[in-house]
Design a protein around this ligand. Sequence first.
Ligand SMILES: C[S@@+](CC[C@H](N)C(=O)[O-])C[C@H]1O[C@@H](n2cnc3c(N)ncnc32)[C@H](O)[C@@H]1O
Length: 259
Amino acid sequence: MSNINFDEFKNKVSRIINIDLSSYKEKRVERRSKNLMRKYNIDNYSDYVSKIRNDMQFRQEFIEHMMINTSEFFRNPENYEFLQNKILPELFDKHNKVKIWSAASSNGCEAYTVAIILNELNIKANRYQLKATDIDPGILKEAREGKYKKNALKNVDDRLINKYFNKQGKFYHLDSKIKRQVDFNRINLLEDSYDSNINLILCRNVFIYFTKPVKDRLTNKLSNALTEDGILFLGNTEYLLQPRKFNLEKIHTSFYRKT
Ligand SMILES: C[S@@+](CC[C@H](N)C(=O)[O-])C[C@H]1O[C@@H](n2cnc3c(N)ncnc32)[C@H](O)[C@@H]1O
């Protein structure tokens, strides 16, 4: 293969990894691609494409590096307080069964946080369905394992740590009762179709990586997946400029209700 430029690299790699990198903010994709290139002393994009195509372990590392899957339990605790004290009690007052979806779940901290909260609220498991999805199969495998290092638990009370985790060496293993409550699957939010009639969607800290038109398209898809009074819960630094355009209204920092 003769030498290629960054755009060609991006197109070729998108086809190999089956993720359209042009949906993600260009500068970040370029910067992170170059980081990995330097780490492995790869000095041109053609060699880079070949390595991604032929070396499966490297391909997975590339996907993980590009998808940025940092997460933690009770990320932005004040938002989870609002979820626990206001949103979830209201949803369970109104509905017999509540469908909840963690839409870019990463290693599962987010979905498991919701499962812990539901347990703390004494809601019976047959009253909800808790699904979690991510584009990255490697991180979904970790999510299903449910073992975490201490830094993922920095916002979790000691009481909850003692109740729901079992420390083995440097890992904290999540209680299997909580693990069983979450069903993990791969979904590409931009290309795949989703379930509908969902009461609560957590789609947090992923909007920030997408270009503006892609963000709008995604907001529309998520809004369509919600029930009439369903809730969209975004990350702390993500907000919708014109929620009404998507039949949503802001009810609290990071929370939008379908109108
Ligand atoms: C920074 S993490 C956020 C994890 C969690 N929601 C949180 O807020 O802690 C972003 C996640 O989005 C996932 N992601 C990126 N693009 C995606 C897409 N098109 N479809 C589904 N998940 C995607 C990444 O794999 C990554 O795990």
